[in-house]
Design a protein around this ligand. Structure first.
Ligand code: CP
Length: 325
């Protein structure tokens, strides 16, 4: 694994999942793998789970992890080629990235989309410039279009649940529904894009996406997945419901039109599912995206998902270290 930016970088999803599960049972089994190696974690945007789980994962491999909240504490960075830097930006990525490449063995980066211009965000300009100029492996901690570490932890969580109820799935695939949720502002597509991409790659589910008209995801990510605009129809017989807000590919960075409150998943909407387990990447706006009743019930997998972020990150870091040792 040269970098970890999307599912395409996972040489074998099966072995990554097995490695993550192994670390969950044996957190300190590879304590010397990262000895003498340093992970730099650059945050251009806020985080709780990604930041802490990645640090813990690195430490369990014997790596030193240094976090730099560049968005809050660093020089304002410039990413435009040929920019005349007479404005607010102080340091060009072409100058910063090679220095970080000398300080660290792996560079992990969180950089959200601007949600102003789709083409700019889809070009992944910021992440790609670190790949180009740092000269070391780059690990995405969520970028403009994807959140691959989240998706790996999500599939690990689904697999654990399937294994805990084997008779339910002995002769059929689980039905996994990615359901759009209301929010007070338009959010990035990263989690939804990545989840769709990883579910397609995993290929072990009857995968369905449901959203209001206008909230379509790009076909690059959904890649032929079943799309059902009627949430009730989509939820029928669901085993897992992944809840997330996103802004559509055509109405990019915009709110959905009309009253979308009815898209919030409730106990009533779960009644037509197959006692579905409910997922969300967190943070979640309670009683806007998901009801208290669901989040506080045994149907919720959100804590398990967040816990599994450690093992997903540890498996990926091990792979990056192994490739570059
Ligand atoms: N799910 C997730 O990425 O959480 P944070 O934004 O807190 O890292």
């Amino acid at each position: 694994m040269q970098h970890f930016l999307s599912v395409k970088d996972a040489d074998s999803l099966e072995s990554l999942l097995a490695q993550a599960l192994y670390y969950k049972k044996n957190p300190f089994a590879d304590q010397t793998v990262g000895k003498g190696k340093r992970l730099g974690c650059l945050f251009l945007n806020p985080s709780m789970r990604t930041r802490l789980s990645t640090q813990i994962a690195a430490q369990q491999l014997g790596m030193e992890a240094i976090v730099f909240n560049v968005g809050a504490e660093g020089w304002s960075m410039e990413f435009e080629e040929g920019a005349i830097m007479n404005g607010t930006t102080v340091e060009h990525v072409k100058d910063a990235a090679p220095i970080l490449g000398q300080y660290f063995d792996i560079l992990a980066i969180r950089t959200f989309p601007g949600l102003q211009d789709r083409a700019t965000d889809y070009a992944e300009n910021i992440l790609n410039q670190f790949v180009k100029y740092a000269g070391i492996p780059i690990l995405s901690l969520e970028s403009a279009t994807r959140h691959p570490l989240q998706s790996l932890a999500d599939i690990l969580t689904i697999e654990e649940e399937i294994k805990s109820r084997p008779t339910n799935f002995s002769n059929r695939k689980p039905r996994v529904v990615l359901s759009w949720a209301p929010h007070i502002k338009p959010l990035p597509q990263c989690v939804a894009n990545s989840f769709a991409e990883w579910m397609n790659h995993w290929g072990k589910a009857d995968f369905v996406i449901t959203h209001p008209n206008g909230m379509e995801l790009d076909e690059t990510f959904t890649n032929g997945a079943k799309i059902i605009h009627d949430q009730k129809v989509a939820l029928e017989g669901a085993d897992f419901v992944y809840v997330k807000n996103w802004s559509g590919v055509h109405q990019y960075g915009k709110m959905a039109e009309g009253d979308t409150h009815s898209w919030m998943l409730t106990q009533e909407s779960l009644a037509i599912t197959h006692q579905a387990k409910v997922m969300h990447c967190l943070p979640v706006r309670r009683n806007v995206e998901l009801s208290d009743q669901i989040l506080d019930s045994t149907a919720s997998l959100v804590n398990q998902q967040a816990g599994n972020r450690v093992w997903a990150a540890q498996a990926v870091l091990k792979n990056l270290l192994h490739t570059h040792e």
